[in-house]
Design a protein around this ligand. Structure first.
Ligand SMILES: Cc1ncc(COP(=O)(O)O)c(C=O)c1O
Length: 499
């Protein structure tokens, strides 16, 4: 291991007896003595470090990473937009952060009101009849949505025959994975050269054995699926349901609603569009919405308003004044109500945006098209624009230099940008997917565009330097296979390496 590539570990700063605090009176105060049976025999291996060293260590470590608060993060498909801090502040209000999830409903009316209002607003924005906020992520929402589909077909006595889910070849990998985990056979449907679904291919795969068609709009190459009404008509005619992957809803926010396009079930990634950053393993939330007639298949628990005006958490086991026949849910998919803090941020975001939320989609698309048009001379654009909120280049236009998308992405790190998404979607060899989002200014986009152009020039003039990038990051060329297969994420595993 080359130690110079890593910042010093807090354990390596440790000196026996050092303390990071001095509390007046400590030592003379009556000590609480832990009963012997609870006291551990060994001393925990904790670092002993003075306060300035602790503060500097963690402050410096935090700057070794890249975040949307430190710079432009054009990670295609991930909608890494800037999240206003006021929404974080809302979650930290003690009435919210100190509330135990088991608090009796009567004492948690405010918290339940937040849940209920978000349900209603998402229903309004999605053009759906009802939402459940319970699922923890987009993929979890997909799975839950497909379980709703399955329960719906089962309730009509068609559960056993409707065994297939159709997924376009451009779909995010979670779509076929969720369909398979929900017990369906996945049938792939082709895309046309313009990146949209081949309607004729889709039609040829429809039949009485199809349970649902999953679609993303705009799709994963940033194209609007303009044939949705015709597709929805054909899908419904064969008795199947339309599933909307709403991970790209940012592009449509304020302009179009999946429910109006003919979708029956959908999910939204709150951790993209609604003020929680995407990535890093969460926490997120993937609420699902359903059109009228499917509400009873939503999972439990649900927040409902009683005749007395009080909100209640309705669980399978709850004694309720509601007719059981009205609610025919598929059971639980989360503990408690889901990732509550994410709901609070989403509601705070929606309310603080007010009518400005109608600008989100148009500005996200404007920013993306500005980049597309500024770079298409130097980067290969397999699907001509205009695009929606993101675009895919197929690497540098000039392929003769041997410089790859990976080289471009690594060079961007040297220039202070997070890399775009690379080698996804799988439709092109050198995919480079850029999503600027609506939160970036014209000036930021210009600096990024100039950097991308400078990289393209470098590929022609000094390809060897480009192939060696990054040159200025704390870690330069990790073995990516090894890092994925045998990650070393603890002090012990690094220390064991040195023995
Ligand atoms: C189009 C699309 N669908 C589904 C997902 C899955 O969402 P999650 O990562 O929250 O599971 C993503 C994630 O980026 C996505 O881009």
């Amino acid at each position: 291991m080359n130690k110079q590539l890593y910042s010093t570990l807090i354990f390596e700063l440790s000196r026996h007896g050092r303390r990071g605090h001095s509390l007046p009176g400590y030592g003379t105060a009556k000590k609480f003595v832990l009963p012997e049976k609870f006291a551990r025999k060994d001393t925990p291996a904790l670092p002993e470090v003075e306060e300035p060293a602790v503060v500097r260590h963690y402050t410096n470590s935090s700057t070794n990473n890249f975040g949307v608060d430190t710079g432009f993060y054009p990670l295609g498909s991930c909608t890494m937009k800037y999240n206003p801090k006021i929404n974080e502040a809302a979650v930290r209000l003690s009435g919210i952060s100190d509330l135990h999830p088991a608090t009796p409903d009567a004492c948690a009316q405010g918290a339940l009101e937040i849940y209920r209002r978000l349900q209603e607003l998402l229903s309004e924005m999605g053009g759906m009849s009802e939402f459940s906020l319970n699922p923890y992520a987009g993929a979890h929402g997909e799975l839950t949505g497909l379980m709703v589909v399955r329960t719906y077909h089962a309730s009509r006595g068609e559960g056993a025959v409707r065994r297939k889910v159709i997924v376009p070849d451009s779909a995010h990998g979670t779509n076929p994975a969720s369909a398979a985990i929900a017990g369906y056979d996945v049938v792939e449907c082709r895309s046309l050269p313009d990146g949209t679904v081949d309607v004729e291919d889709l039609r040829s795969k429809l039949g009485p054995d199809v349970a649902a068609v999953m679609m993303t709009n705009p799709n994963t190459v940033g194209m609007f699926e303009k044939n949705i009404p015709a597709i929805a008509e054909a899908v419904h005619a064969c008795g199947a349901l339309m599933y909307y992957d709403g991970a790209n809803l940012n592009a449509l926010l304020g302009v179009a609603r999946p429910g109006d396009m003919g979708f029956d079930v959908m999910h939204i990634n709150l951790h993209k569009t609604f003020s929680t950053p995407h990535g890093g393993g969460g926490p997120g939330a993937g609420p699902i919405g359903v059109r009228k007639g499917l509400e009873r298949f939503l999972p439990m628990p649900r927040v409902v308003r009683g005749d007395d005006g009080m909100l209640r958490v309705l669980d399978d086991s709850t004694e309720t004044p509601f007719e059981r026949t009205e609610l025919d849910p598929l059971g639980r998919v989360s503990s408690w109500l889901g990732n509550y803090a994410v709901f609070v941020k989403a509601l705070a975001y929606i309310l603080s945006m007010g009518k400005d939320i109608e600008q989100v989609g148009p500005l996200a698309c404007l920013n993306a098209n500005y980049i597309l048009n500024s770079l298409k001379e130097m980067y290969e654009l397999p699907i001509p624009g205009p695009c929606k909120h993101e675009m895919v280049f197929d690497g540098l236009r000039d392929k003769s230099t041997g410089c790859t998308t990976m080289n471009v992405a690594k060079r961007l790190l040297d220039m202070g940008f997070h890399a775009p998404t690379i080698y996804f979607p799988l439709l092109f060899h050198e995919s480079l997917m850029i999503e600027p989002t609506e939160t970036e200014s014209r000036e930021t986009l210009d600096v990024f565009i100039n950097a991308m152009r400078a990289i393209a020039r470098e590929a022609a003039e000094d390809p060897e330097t480009l192939k060696n990038a990054p040159l200025h990051t704390p870690v330069r060329h990790p073995d990516e296979n090894e890092a994925a297969l045998h990650p070393k994420v603890t002090y012990q595993s690094l220390a064991a390496d040195e023995v």
